[in-house]
Design a protein around this ligand. Structure first.
Ligand SMILES: Cc1ncc(COP(=O)(O)O)c(C=O)c1O
Length: 376
């Protein structure tokens, strides 16, 4: 999508292409980021660009642990945290550490498209389960699908591509189900919570975390979205302090961070984010964009579940063939992604982490397509 967008922009001019296909935040990082960067360059720490332990700087890990303890009421220490090259690096490290060849990892459609590749990278087998009409996983289906080979379940709330946020009640029931199945099969089932969008949540909703609901929990996340730093590749893994064989697991994670070739998370960014654990981009700005786009699309006759977080929307495709519909939008220079790319045909994903001009400009194309297919 990145390349295709670049080609179209070259041909028609940047201002005539409305690229809503990428989760690449348009917002600049918060002012505190620049201040911290400036402070570090003006007062460099000795050895600040050298290798460090593969898990990252103890002071950065401790700062993350303190923040997580504050947010959850559970006591985390630096020993529960491994700094990584983004959430993508974190996921690969976790899967490399826990999977044996042929182990099954359950994911829910629509899913972040890379999950399948990451599971495959580490000889796992992805088992894709459906969600309901609000994009919430169906626990009855999950119950029937878990078997002796199930090593992990990946959830992602707030969700890419739907913007759905899972409720506390849902997470609670999920945790209960996983423990029931662990007892049935005499296994451990990891709940891997991908929290890349944890802080981008709307309408005053409270984030429901996994920590109180399943001790075999691992979170993977990053500052790609909440601090708008996707190019800087800074994220972390956090392991539940009560996870069984915790020390062995953490040692494995640190080892795999090294042997997968990441070695360690970027040093400069670790120094910076150590002081930014309480800072987030303006969520109000994203909420305004969500409201603007959602209201206009609904008025035009599109049907969509209103996103509660992230900066994505996943409307139904007016055509059964979502690829054909995305092509139709492309004719109007509006770039989106077909739902089949997320394992869910019949929908398309819009990313609204773009400037207002792009969002406003895209409305003409959405309107033309709506008229063509007699919506509204
Ligand atoms: C759900 C989800 N998980 C993980 C990632 C990867 O994030 P990072 O850039 O921090 O590796 C993304 C990026 O878009 C994502 O949407």
């Amino acid at each position: 999508m990145f390349e295709e967008g670049a080609t179209l922009k070259k041909r028609y001019g940047e201002e005539n292409v409305f690229d809503l296909s990428l989760g690449n935040p348009v917002m600049e990082p918060p002012v505190e980021f620049r201040q911290e960067l400036k402070r570090l360059t003006e007062h460099p720490l000795p050895g600040m660009h050298r290798y460090m332990g593969n898990a990252g700087y103890p002071e950065t890990r401790a700062a993350v642990a303190t923040q997580l303890s504050l947010e959850t009421g559970i006591k985390f220490t630096m020993k529960d945290i491994i700094m990584t090259c983004g959430a993508a690096g974190a996921l690969n490290v976790v899967l490399k550490t826990i999977l044996n060849r042929g182990d099954e990892v359950i994911i829910f459609a629509p899913y972040f498209v890379e999950y399948r590749y990451y599971i495959d990278n580490h000889d796992g087998v992805a088992s894709v389960l459906p969600t309901d009409e609000q994009f919430i996983p169906k626990l009855g289906v999950l119950e029937a699908a878990i078997g002796a080979k199930t090593k992990a379940v990946i959830i992602n709330s707030p969700n890419n591509p739907t913007g759905t946020v899972y409720s506390e009640d849902f997470i609670h029931r999920l945790g209960e189900l996983l423990r029931k199945k662990e007892t049935q099969y005499g296994t451990h089932i990891f709940l891997i919570s991908d929290e890349a969008y944890r802080k981008i949540i709307y309408d005053g909703l409270k984030y429901s975390s996994v920590w109180h609901h399943h001790p075999q929990s691992i979170i993977v996340t990053s500052h790609s979205k909440d601090l708008a730093l996707p190019g800087e590749r800074i994220g972390y893994i956090a392991v539940h302090p009560d996870c069984s064989q915790r020390e062995e697991l953490v040692d494995g994670l640190i080892f795999c961070n090294r042997t997968l070739g990441y070695v360690n998370a970027p040093a400069l960014m670790q120094h910076v984010v150590q002081h930014l654990q309480q800072v987030t981009v303006s969520v109000t700005e994203y909420q305004k964009k969500r409201d603007f786009l959602y209201d206009h699309l609904i008025k035009m006759g599109y049907s969509a579940v209103k996103p509660q977080g992230t900066f994505y929307m996943f409307p139904s495709s007016p055509l059964e063939d979502d690829v054909a519909f995305v092509r139709e939008l492309q004719r109007w220079k509006v770039l989106t992604v077909p739902g089949c790319g997320f394992g869910t045909p019949g929908y398309f994903r819009i990313s609204y982490c773009v400037d207002d001009r792009t969002l406003e400009g895209s409305l003409v194309g959405f309107k033309k397509a709506a008229q063509k297919f007699n919506l509204g």
